[in-house]
Design a protein around this ligand. Structure first.
Ligand code: C2E
Ligand code: MG
Ligand code: MG
Length: 329
């Protein structure tokens, strides 16, 4: 453990690479050979389980393997197997959360965000927090997401007025593919969804890998009418150069700032939100405030000139009520 700590400390110092300062972090999994292992593969497997745990607990740390870890690793494997089964059985469904225009009388719905839900046969409806991490680590997320986009686009015409937009969440993984934009456009064509109504939501984390690739992908999509939004703004790197260089239509202010808007004496959230709004205005980017839960938060945002809002106060995520049944009647 002390060796692991030394390695972590040594890596923690910034490194100079090709004239830039880079910061790397490491996670360490440790398994100790107490003669229970028949071969090296078994020992590596346990070290790997401990490593997975170290990453789960926030990275930049070490973890020692023990039997409880082995059990939770089995859970991960079970979950992975279940996700595969769920794909076959088509158990994923988009829920739609309304996005409203704050400054217009009656606060009409101007768009929706598609949020994935898993209709689990025994555990009920599961939110992404319960399975997204495993889906991403096992790369199942790609297949799951494509299926979800397809469903969401399919529902687009049935669940919302024609002058509203639909946003979908795009994992960092997708943006590594050079043909993401082509595939996305082909999917829109297949489902009959108008590109002008679609907005892809990316997080700043997605940009770290290869900002230039992401920029090109978003440019290609924009050329066909698909917009892009930067999700959870303020929680990542919030780099001005990203804002400036990407073809962004929308910026979504993270819920953590909105949350502070009705806390007495919390002026820092107000200052940050005001600054983000001014920045967006200067760059001609529209803004959605996420996670509005109270009338005070809504009113403060409205007074600051925030364009659009989303949150439990304005509407919870809900499945599309297909009008098919009434059509048939
Ligand atoms: P996000 O994109 O930032 O989505 C907003 C999350 O905030 C949603 O959680 C939504 O239900 C929740 N939310 C909305 N209004 C409020 C509010 O007033 N208060 C609180 N406390 N929460 C609110 P959800 O559906 O659990 O999704 C969590 C995250 O999972 C999303 O964060 C997004 O990053 C990811 N996600 C959701 N659907 C998909 C998907 O289809 N594909 C991928 N790759 N990621 C997805
Ligand atoms: Mg989102
Ligand atoms: Mg968000």
């Amino acid at each position: 453990m002390s060796v692991a700590q030394r390695v972590l400390d040594a890596l923690d110092a910034p490194m100079q690479v090709a004239g830039r300062e880079l910061q790397v972090t490491a996670s360490v999994g440790i398994a100790i050979d107490d003669r229970r292992y028949a071969n090296a593969d078994e020992m590596l497997r346990d070290a790997d389980i401990a490593l997975y745990r170290a990453k789960q607990l926030g990275r930049k740390r070490y973890e020692l393997f023990d039997e409880t870890l082995a059990r939770s690793a089995i859970d991960v494997l079970t979950l992975e197997g279940e996700l595969r089964r769920a794909l076959l059985n088509d158990e994923f469904e988009p829920y739609f959360q309304p996005i409203r225009a704050l400054g217009v009388a009656g606060m009409p719905v101007v768009g929706h965000e598609a949020l994935i839900r898993w209709n689990h046969p025994t555990r009920g409806v599961l939110a992404p927090g319960e399975f997204l991490k495993v889906a991403e680590d096992s790369s199942l997320i790609e297949t799951i997401d494509w299926r979800l986009y397809e469903h969401a686009c399919w529902h687009l015409a049935r669940c919302s007025a024609p002058d509203t937009f639909l946003t979908v969440n795009v994992s960092a993984r997708h943006l590594r593919y050079i043909d993401f934009d082509e595939r996305f456009l082909a999917m829109l064509e297949r489902t009959g969804a108008a590109p002008e109504r679609l907005v892809v939501e990316v997080t700043e984390g997605a940009l770290l890998d290869n900002p230039e690739r992401v920029r090109m992908t978003l440019e290609q999509l924009r050329a066909k009418g698909v917009g892009s939004a930067l999700d959870d703004f303020g929680t990542g790197y919030s780099s001005l150069s990203y804002l400036h260089s990407l073809p962004l239509r929308i910026l979504k202010i993270d819920r953590s700032f909105v949350d502070g808007l009705d806390k007495h004496g919390n002026t820092s959230s107000i200052t940050v939100v005001e600054a983000i709004l001014a920045l967006a205005r200067a760059l001609d980017i529209r803004v959605i405030a996420e996670g509005i839960e109270t009338p005070t938060q809504r009113d403060v945002l409205l007074a600051m000139g925030c364009d659009m809002g989303q949150g439990f106060l304005l509407g919870r995520p809900a499945p599309c009520e297909s009008p098919d049944a009434s059509d048939a009647a």
